[in-house]
Ligand binder design. Sequence first.
Ligand code: ATP
Ligand code: MG
Length: 312
Amino acid sequence: MMSGSSASTGSSGEHSSSSPAQYPRDNVYPRTSCISSNLQVIPYHKLVDLRFINKGAYGTVHSALHSDWRTRVAVKFFPSDRHLVDRERDKILKEAEILHKARFSYILPILGICNEEENIGIVTEYMPNGSLNQLLHEDNPFPEISWPLRIRILYEIALGVNFLHNMSPPLLHHDLKTPNILLDSEFHAKIADFGLSKWRMLSQSLSDHNPPGGTIIYMPPELYDPEKNSRGSVKHDMYSYAIIMWEVLSRKQPYEGATNPMQIMFSVAKGNRPDTSEESLPSDIPHRDLFVSIMQSGWASDPNDRPAFLSE
Ligand SMILES: Nc1ncnc2c1ncn2[C@@H]1O[C@H](COP(=O)(O)OP(=O)(O)OP(=O)(O)O)[C@@H](O)[C@H]1O
Ligand SMILES: [Mg+2]
């Protein structure tokens, strides 16, 4: 059995996790101890040869060489503004805990947390093939992406979401989008970014639901009006998944002709969805009819008409 180092993956196990709120408030944060039973705190000075990858809504992603492990890792650093630091730190530690509890083949493995006064970051495995968004839409050495690879990626995302939704309590991602699907050295999918994730207590009302951030195209229409959003939450990821499915099979940007997000929201609220004709989804897609029927039910306007990942 693996123990001790969080560098080993797959040893999720049940364990009691420290709440971020229990951390000392005097800016003395644990540097070498564990946040939870086997989530390591990684000292910043062990992360060398930092290389900028990209900047997202919540932080900046770098790759780095871990000087002891001698492997490349990815670190998402968060802005360490002194005024926000406690609140931000709590949020980040919570995200790290969520990732740590959600270890699974198709979820981005967390290796540890960098928890120092100046440098706060989540350290994960480095995904050398970037994001699904890059694979689909950026110039890359693979102008053709085979149907088997596309279908495998979709299958692995579905298995990842299925795992999250069948955790106890279910973990709803709520920010599924192609930039948050990362690809390992063999192009296996790893779901990342649980910043907006919600643990859903089965008996709990969803009144504490926060409006999601991020890109509007993956957001189900019932969320446009937070007042009306009641039971839709568990079907949110299914809607996003259906849009991802269309994007992977068409290799186009959903609603690429639209000039602004309001236009997309207006059109989607009226029932419009990405084009499923052969112009966007070519006739040689294997099991094309099946995929089209899954995406159409997945992006149904009424959340009750969408299939669920959650087992009854
Ligand atoms: N572990 C990783 N390995 C390799 N590249 C990564 C890793 N994590 C993130 N990236 C890259 O960094 C990019 C930015 O990630 P980030 O999550 O900060 O922003 P985003 O996904 O575009 O938007 P959001 O902030 O809404 O999640 C990703 O799209 C991906 O290309
Ligand atoms: Mg992201």
